[in-house]
Design a protein around this ligand. Structure first.
Ligand SMILES: Cc1ncc(COP(=O)(O)O)c(C=O)c1O
Length: 388
């Protein structure tokens, strides 16, 4: 018997991911330098790994409270207060999740009803749109390319006015994956006026908040706590992608339903990893600093080298990505270019359309060593020379 025809129709709305198709194809090519990765190339700091080993030995292997280990929730609340002046009660306004990914899923599932519209400024991390669609929501993309990837309050207001009250929420992600762009306090305050006027939920994914260069991160948790569902985690700040530690911070009335989704799906994040995460936030408060120094060097090298090759790049002030417009001599779209480059020059960039961006862009991750970046630039340079 084949019951395939009888499964959830809600998931049929989810479109296939461009990134997965591209990665599957590139995975077949040998010796490719992959500047497609969305995770730090650093290892998790030693002091964090040691606490994990001790926690396993001490049999920290039982269920813990669904909301998360109380000490970890307090450490998360302290982190948000100290670093971003965002004040949450550890008791009922913080939830420990399995990565920021679960935090995004829980938050969207908790607020959406069939037909609710969610504004998603593009280009953007590709995971939000399918989760919105899987929950019966409608994605309203708002392209920011012309505005240097910064969402403009007037354009946002116009889009909401045109929606006849159907817009329920907006996704913000800054520093941004894939553009590396982040917002100043002034820019955020102007957006806050629109969020307030239309009483939107603001899902603010600040997973790259510890990785900003020459600009301080300002959290929506500080500016508009009452409407914000704040998402963060340890994946990028502590090079802990595989440990899966995320967090949601939200006012307690909103948190109730978000926690419910979490309880129904994962019950609780792994116990010994939560204990490890306390170490990361307390003793490793500044672990991101050394990584930041390396990222800035790489960013500066890459921007100069790629600009010299004809790519157009807006200076990113956060995360570890460049979102680059293709040089004039390239006649293909971003997907075809990225694929050809991977086959011919053995360098992989992510196609811009994977992030719902314009198709003449690519995302380049600099979570790779300087020597890898230099080799990649040399290969791209030879490839482009053949084109012209
Ligand atoms: C913007 C953004 N949000 C969330 C995530 C997922 O984070 P996590 O690995 O903690 O689930 C990523 C990972 O690349 C990301 O870039």
């Amino acid at each position: 018997m084949n019951l395939e025809h009888n499964m959830s129709r809600q998931l049929d709305h989810v479109k296939p991911s461009v990134m997965m198709n591209y990665n599957a194809e590139v995975a077949q090519i040998e010796d490719v330098i992959r500047l497609t990765v969305g995770e730090p190339d650093f290892n998790t700091p030693k002091h964090i790994k040691e606490v994990a080993m001790q926690a396993i030995k001490a049999n920290e292997s039982h269920y813990t409270t669904p909301q998360g280990n109380p000490k970890l929730r307090q450490a998360m609340a302290n982190f948000l207060a100290k670093h971003y002046d965002a004040h949450y009660n550890a008791e009922d306004e913080i939830l420990v999740t399995v990565g920021a990914s679960e935090a995004i899923y829980d938050s969207l599932t908790a607020i959406l009803n069939e037909g609710d519209e969610v504004i998603v400024p593009t280009p953007i991390f590709p995971q939000y749109a399918p989760i919105i669609e899987a929950n019966g929501g409608i994605v309203k993309f708002l392209d920011t390319t012309e505005d240097d990837f910064i969402l403009k309050p007037e354009k946002l207001d116009q889009m909401i006015e045109a929606s006849n009250g159907k817009v329920k929420a907006i996704i913000l992600n800054y520093p941004s994956n894939p553009t590396g762009v982040t917002y100043s306090r002034e820019e955020l305050n102007a957006l806050v006026q629109v969020f307030k006027k239309h009483e939107l939920f603001v899902i603010s994914d600040e997973i790259y908040s510890e990785l900003t260069y020459g600009i301080d991160h300002v959290s929506m948790g500080e500016l508009l706590k009452e409407q914000t569902i704040l998402i963060n985690g340890l994946s990028k700040s502590h090079a802990m992608t595989g440990w899966r530690v995320g967090m949601v911070a939200a006012p307690k009335e909103i948190m109730k339903k978000i926690s419910l989704v979490h309880k129904l799906s994962v019950v609780t994040a792994p116990t010994f990893i939560q204990i490890t995460a306390i170490e990361a936030l307390e003793a490793g408060e500044f672990d991101a600093q050394d990584m930041k120094k390396a990222y800035v060097k790489r960013r500066d090298y890459l921007i100069q080298a790629l600009t010299d090759l004809g790519f157009e790049i807006k200076l990113p002030t956060g995360a570890f990505y460049l979102f680059a417009k293709l040089p004039k001599q390239v006649n293909q779209n971003g997907y075809a270019f990225a694929l050809d480059l991977a086959y011919q020059a053995k360098v992989a960039f992510s196609p811009g359309e994977a992030f719902f961006g314009h198709d003449n862009y690519v995302r380049i991750s600099y979570a790779a060593s300087l020597s890898q970046l230099e080799e990649a630039v040399s290969r791209v340079s030879k490839y482009l020379a053949k084109l012209s």
